[in-house]
Design a protein around this ligand. Structure first.
Ligand code: EPZ
Length: 418
């Protein structure tokens, strides 16, 4: 077991480059199941969720090769299985994205239901309702979902909620369906647009990705693709918040301001100077942070994946900020750990009232999920004295070499054996 030790109170300064997007890279890897041809993906981050996905693909018979740098080559020339086992799916919910490509490519899929996780029950009902609309026969037995269809048929699907995963799963499946599919109330996240761009390189016929209505005209077969994944907007937002919370000046190279409008607006409301340039975004932390309310919502609203990190900033804001989490039912587990560092936060259901304090004090704290763990790192960077973040395996699921990146900005941070 490892822990991260931070001696806080240092203003971060300098330039850091954001890695490729984990949440864009995962569906891109699953899209490779739709074709027998080679798929090359550039810019994938070396994080645990990507590694888990490569293992799952290999278990299905996919050939996985390392290109130079962050390039991965995958080739699903022949599939030897159409089953995604529980022991892999339970560690990473995104494994459920194997369902759509497998049933579209082979006519059959048996994927473990993800089960809940720390932040919520994480059901897949919206995915399954969509697959039934596409003509798949769905059975749920012994914690697995089985989907069968000789060939999926295009349909009009109205999602009850703009689920990111359901939009990705159904869009991938619909590329090989017979006829036209409309996905209404689709998720609009940049990762959806990036996946659609790669699918179109494969020969898919997709329009409207990034809007609430996506049209897919099915084709008989797809080819391979060569694609560079978009920068990780959540990591970029996290690094900007590291600059803001320490009162420093940080430039995040490759960060795309058009993917971070909601965060940029809230940073400016909190008194942080933000400069968006062609090559990235620069923040200059304010000596005195103002309180700002946030309410998470589907893109382009404030991202739930930046809620915990923004709360760490508001713990030092002047006055009270109200943080409302509307996406997941249990995404305030970082609150108790922040309170142990001296934050003044009261939770009432989906809402947390944060009253800013003059300073946070370092303490040993426990990570509970991916974004809560990085929130505690941010708090540790700003806190007086030493913070130890335990269970950093949560962090490693989605952040590539984070301590290294923060060290280059002047942070006193190291990973040690716990
Ligand atoms: C994706 O998860 C992201 N993961 C999450 O990031 C992100 O928080 C989430 O989208 C919301 O933006 C990846 O892209 C790999 P959803 P996903 O389906 O697809 C409910 C991270 O930190 N729902 O949009 O699972 C669900 O319970 C992770 O990188 C149903 O009720 O999210 C949740 O309350 C965490 N039924 C809400 O919708 C369904 O069938 C949003 O879920 C599907 C979802």
């Amino acid at each position: 077991m490892q822990k991260i030790v931070i001696r806080g109170g240092r203003a971060l300064r300098g330039t850091v480059t954001v890695s490729g997007s984990k949440n864009a890279g995962l569906p891109l890897l699953f899209a490779s199941l739709l074709t027998r041809e080679r798929c090359t993906i550039h810019g994938l981050p070396r994080v645990a969720d990507i590694t888990t996905t490569l293992r799952l693909l290999e278990g299905l018979g996919v050939l996985v090769g390392d290109g130079e740098f962050a390039t991965i080559v995958v080739e699903a020339r022949t599939l030897t299985s159409s089953e995604a086992p529980y022991e892999l799916v339970r560690t990473m919910r995104a494994s459920f994205l194997a369902l759509g490509p497998l049933v579209a490519r082979t006519g059959h899929a048996r994927v473990s239901t993800p089960g809940g996780c720390a932040i919520g029950s994480r059901p897949v009902d919206i995915h399954l309702a969509g697959f039934e609309r596409l003509g798949a026969r769905i059975r749920q037995t012994h914690g697995y979902v089985e989907a069968e269809a000789s060939r999926l048929r295009g349909a009009r699907i109205a999602l009850d909620f703009p689920s990111v995963g359901a939009t990705e799963n159904l869009m991938m499946a619909a590329t090989l369906a017979d006829g036209t599919t409309l996905i209404e109330n689709a998720a609009r996240e940049p990762e959806i647009d990036d996946l659609a761009a790669a699918l179109c390189k494969m020969g898919a016929k997709i329009s409207g990705a990034g809007t609430s209505v996506i049209r897919i005209d099915g084709v008989r077969e797809l080819g391979g693709f060569d694609h560079e994944v978009i920068p990780d907007r959540i990591e970029a937002g996290t690094l900007l918040l590291a600059g803001a919370i320490t009162g420093g000046e940080v430039h995040v190279a490759r960060a795309r301001a058009d993917h971070l409008d909601a965060l940029v607006a809230k940073l400016e409301e909190a008194g942080v100077a933000v400069e968006a340039r062609a090559d990235g975004i620069t923040v200059r932390g304010a000596a005195l942070l103002a309180a700002a309310d946030i309410r998470t919502s589907p893109y382009p609203g404030f991202p739930t994946d930046l809620q915990a990190q923004f709360m760490a900033l508001m713990a030092l804001g002047k006055g009270q900020s109200v943080i409302t989490e509307t996406i997941f039912e249990n995404r305030f587990m970082h609150v108790q750990e922040l309170v142990r560092m001296g934050a003044d936060i009261r939770v009432d259901g989906k809402t947390a009232a944060v009253r800013g304090v003059a300073a946070l004090s370092g303490a040993p704290v426990m990570a509970t999920d991916l974004r809560a763990s990085v929130c505690l790192v941010l708090a540790g960077l700003a806190a007086q004295n030493t913070t130890e973040v335990l269970r950093v395996y949560h962090l490693d699921r989605g952040y590539e070499r984070l301590e290294e990146k923060l060290s280059t900005l002047g942070a006193d941070i190291e990973r040690v054996r716990a």
